[in-house]
Design a protein around this ligand. Structure first.
Ligand code: AMP
Ligand code: MG
Length: 322
């Protein structure tokens, strides 16, 4: 693994491109979360991602491209419904599982026949992808199972000294990971809830099935994920849970309103007027902040479902898993 004195943070695309071209890792901004990027064709760099994140090799990576046209070196085939989804949501927070081309190294897909691809919606990263001319594999830039980063400071805090550079594109405006859709026998299925709601996907391609069930989880979709070190309770009834844990030093993450049961400085309110898009953009930053405060317990108020609330609650449920 490359070790550096200190990880630099900046907006220099040329430096980022130079490092990636030399087989180094660079953290990159996207609209979902920050990614830990490497040249897809450089197996040594791809392997370094797993080392730096301490991620099991069985957990495949998402490939980032700048355009549908550049997919030819990544995927072997595009089913018609996948093409419709690309048209509707790219660039954007939708990842598609498609048959991989021979050029994609097996380490990228954990030996699976499909590769996960998306075109991210972030001007700096799209410019970087065009400049380097190769696809970037980029899982979230956090140690395995910890909270994903939604600003450059989060990456620096978690990976300082382990990578040379963080390309700073400001705070991520979506704030949770992409929705993942795959196809089995041409039929679309949901592999990960994410920034695009199931309802919005179904408006474009009709009914989709769920590939994620209690028994058969998608590769890499482990129950524990996105977790602070401080224990977290995902709460359906905030006041009841605060009372239940009143003997602990509690921090609260909620949406809309402060509760009267705790001083306001122990609470983070994610949005106003049920604006759950803003809540999504703020959720991981709130978890990072709360995890640094020395509380015994974080209580996070669950969101109304369905819509984006379903994806946010999925993250809260994984954050509390042990
Ligand atoms: P991350 O980039 O950290 O958000 O994680 C990427 C996730 O995408 C993995 O944990 C898998 O759940 C999913 N994924 C990536 N590639 C594949 C694939 N080839 N087949 C199925 N799921 C995949
Ligand atoms: Mg991740």
């Amino acid at each position: 693994m490359t070790t550096v004195q200190e990880t630099l943070v900046g907006k220099d695309i040329s430096l980022a491109a130079q490092l990636l071209g030399a087989g180094k890792l660079v953290a990159i901004p996207t609209e979902t979360v920050y990614g830990l990027a490497a040249n897809m064709f450089c197996e040594e760099a791809v392997n370094q991602i797993f080392t730096v994140k301490q991620r099991p090799a069985t957990n495949p990576l998402i490939v980032h491209a700048h355009s549908v046209e550049s997919l030819t070196e990544i995927v072997a085939e595009i089913p018609p419904k996948a093409a419709l989804l690309m048209q509707a949501f790219w660039p954007g927070p939708l990842t598609l599982l498609l048959p991989k081309s021979k050029q994609v190294p097996n380490a990228v897909t954990a030996g699976l026949p499909n590769v996960a691809v998306r075109v991210p919606k972030h001007a700096l990263t799209l410019a970087l992808l065009k400049k380097v001319g190769f696809p970037l594999v980029a899982p979230s830039a956090n140690p395995y199972t910890y909270i994903s980063p939604t600003n450059a400071g989060h990456v620096k805090k978690m990976l300082n000294g382990k990578i040379p550079y963080v390309l700073d594109g400001g705070p991520c405006n979506m704030g949770i990971e992409s929705t993942i859709i795959g196809f089995s026998d041409g039929m679309p299925a949901l592999y990960r809830m994410g920034a695009i709601s199931i309802e919005d996907i179904e408006k474009v391609i009709g009914k989709i099935t769920l590939a994620i069930t209690e028994k058969a989880i998608a590769p890499g979709m482990h129950l524990k994920h996105y977790s602070p070190i401080t224990p977290l309770v995902a709460s359906d009834n905030l006041e009841q849970d605060i009372i239940k844990h009143r003997n602990h030093n509690i921090g609260v993450i909620t949406y809309n309103n402060y509760t009267q049961l705790l001083p306001s400085e122990k609470q983070l309110v994610l949005c106003e007027n049920d604006d759950f898009k803003t809540a999504a953009a703020n959720l991981y930053a709130a978890m990072h902040t709360m995890d640094g405060k020395g509380y015994d317990l974080i209580i996070a108020h669950k969101f109304p479902e369905p819509g984006i609330g379903l994806s946010l609650n999925d993250r809260l449920n994984r954050a509390r898993a042990t």
